[in-house]
Design a protein around this ligand. Structure first.
Ligand code: HEC
Ligand code: HEC
Ligand code: HEC
Ligand code: HEC
Length: 455
């Protein structure tokens, strides 16, 4: 019990620090087919007020007579940043951003509201509610009009709600898709380099870390009173499944961006290839390291959504891993040229999305245990050179993944050198605090230190 609390607070401490740093400099944009539309479910939206009653989800303290906590509304309104997401639009940075982009007021711009509020068209609303409530229950759980009444009945099931338009958030695949609709973006809702240059944080994501920070308003399988089967390695599954879905969605986004007017889209590249300060040649790690296959000076592609997943796939499924490696190295080569061939990119990205899609279900269904978790932790930390060489965004994915896996592993194994490992992992995040000064050799050494402590 204590271990769990301590480990969670480790994450709470670490991720916001990392997120804060990355916020100033992370990338993202649009893509994906129809699936990521926010308003594609059956039914109409009723607004968060419909869930707020103390006998529903607005209890002050968690209840125990049910498999849901019933204080979800209180958690969301008091602690969850999503409830504040409209305020991000009315702040100085948000307003200036909208001004630069010629959108008028950010808080009335559909282009901003689409991710910062529940803002369906009038025909899809069954009650009046206000965009100022931010990202609320139905932004994630889907329109409630179909199931709002019946889902309080005795003997009602989650499955019945899903049939009536509730998003199946219990499915890690569906959940990740939903998160990524805003945290990666799609065709309809996007953050591109133009928005980033106007002040928007770059978008990045890792399901397990972000779920831990959210804060959770649900019980995980296996927690007392939770629905469903116990799953002691749920955090690991969140990490691996989240990575698989993230790769697929980012490939779809890239394929669709390759057809857009702005090309190349800079937010697909490694930010700090362009945004670092210059040093005398003697001190340039870039020149010392060389440029590999890339023509010196061409901005490299940001492969952070594959950098860590690659190790996951190699551990779980050697055969698929080889194929995916081929596709992604082809894509990396194409995308790391000055003016990437759009058709070739579209086709390599679409192929990679298909390969990733085939892996999603497999990876979600895989069995995880202490041994496989430790192997994964060792594999990723041993991949120090390769991951850190792919830039600070890949390094950030590695730091989050290592932290997630460590927390899960240590909860079970109660490592004797737990404190040392924590400090070593913490040092990874510290290196990301000033991303313009990111140094791959230094980051690799720190990953190797983590690796050494795992023996
Ligand atoms: C291919 C080079 C390139 C890449 C890659 C790139 N940018 Fe930029 N970025 C630029 C240029 C050029 C400007 C415009 C600078 C100016 O107007 O002085 C710019 C402007 C910006 C600005 C506004 C400038 C400021 O000082 O506030 C931010 C913030 C920014 N980029 C962040 C990012 C992030 C985050 C990424 C990765 C997601 C990224 N950039 C990727 C070239 C790049
Ligand atoms: C694709 C979805 C998406 C769109 C579109 C979008 N945002 Fe965001 N925005 C996000 C996400 C996700 C974050 C949080 C990023 C993080 O912390 O990882 C964010 C963060 C921000 C922040 C920083 C908030 C903070 O607490 O530091 C501001 C300001 C902001 N957005 C303003 C805007 C404005 C203005 C627009 C319209 C021009 C806009 N956003 C459009 C998804 C989006
Ligand atoms: C940012 C996305 C997001 C928002 C906003 C959100 N939720 Fe959730 N919610 C989730 C996720 C993810 C789960 C986990 C699903 C699971 O395992 O049950 C969840 C679980 C739940 C559960 C447990 C359901 C179950 O299947 O066991 C309830 C009840 C719930 N949320 C109610 C609410 C209410 C009420 C609000 C608004 C006050 C809200 N949620 C806002 C994402 C969200
Ligand atoms: C409808 C769009 C939307 C969806 C869906 C969504 N988010 Fe967010 N999320 C946002 C926005 C916008 C912010 C920024 C809020 C702010 O800082 O004001 C944010 C912020 C966050 C933060 C805080 C990040 C930080 O820097 O502190 C976490 C963690 C997070 N989201 C996790 C999730 C998870 C996990 C899911 C899926 C279960 C999810 N989100 C689904 C829009 C969304």
């Amino acid at each position: 019990m204590n271990t769990k609390l301590a480990t969670k607070s480790l994450r709470l401490f670490l991720l916001p620090a990392a997120a804060f740093l990355l916020v100033a400099f992370f990338p993202f944009t649009s893509s994906a087919q129809t699936r990521t539309s926010a308003y594609d479910g059956a039914g109409k939206y009723t607004g968060p007020g419909s869930c707020a009653s103390t006998s529903c989800h607005g209890s002050i303290t968690p209840r125990t007579e049910n498999d849901v906590l019933q204080n979800e509304y209180s958690t969301w309104i008091v602690k969850d940043k999503h409830a504040q997401s409209y305020k991000a639009l009315t702040g100085n940075i948000g307003e200036r951003m909208a001004g630069i982009l010629g959108l008028g007021k950010a808080e009335t711009a559909p282009r901003c509201l689409t991710c910062h509020a529940l803002n369906p068209p009038p025909a899809e609303r069954s009650r009046t509610f206000d965009v100022s409530e931010g990202v609320s229950c139905e932004s994630c759980h889907g329109p409630a009009s179909g199931w709002l009444g019946p889902h309080t009945e005795r003997d009602w099931t989650h499955q019945k709600s899903v049939e009536l338009g509730m998003v199946d958030e219990r499915s890690l695949t569906k959940r990740t898709e939903k998160c990524l609709s805003c945290h990666l973006g799609s065709d309809e809702k996007y953050v591109d380099h133009e928005m980033i240059a106007a002040g928007h944080p770059d978008l990045f994501f890792e399901l397990d870390s972000f779920s831990a920070v959210m804060p959770r308003h649900w019980k995980e399988p296996g927690e007392p009173g939770a629905a469903g089967q116990s799953d002691p390695w749920y955090d690991v599954r969140e990490l691996t499944t989240g990575q698989a879905v993230q790769l697929r969605e980012s490939m779809l986004r890239l394929a669709s961006r390759s057809k857009e007017k702005t090309w190349p889209e800079y937010s697909e590249m490694q930010c700090y290839a362009c945004h670092h300060s210059l040093t005398p040649p003697e001190q340039s790690w870039r020149q010392a390291r060389g440029y590999g296959d890339r023509r010196p000076g061409d901005p490299p592609w940001n492969a952070s959504r594959y950098a860590v997943f690659r190790d996951v796939v190699h551990q779980l499924d050697g055969e698929d891993a080889g194929q995916l490696d081929n596709q992604i190295s082809q894509l990396t080569k194409l995308m790391s040229q000055l003016n990437p061939d759009r058709d070739a990119v579209a086709s390599a990205a679409t192929n990679s999305a298909q390969l990733a899609d085939a892996l999603v279900a497999k990876i979600n269904a895989a069995a995880y245990d202490p041994a496989s978790t430790l192997r994964l932790l060792q594999k990723i930390s041993a991949d120090a050179e390769d991951i850190s060489g792919q830039g600070e965004q890949s390094a950030a994915q590695a730091a989050m993944a290592i932290q997630s896996l460590f927390v899960a592993y240590d909860r079970d194994a109660k490592l004797q050198n737990s404190a040392e490992l924590r400090a070593a992992i913490s040092a990874l995040f510290q290196q990301l605090e000033n991303p313009s000064a990111y140094d791959p050799a230094r980051f690799a050494r720190q990953m190797q230190q983590v690796n050494a402590l795992l023996r």
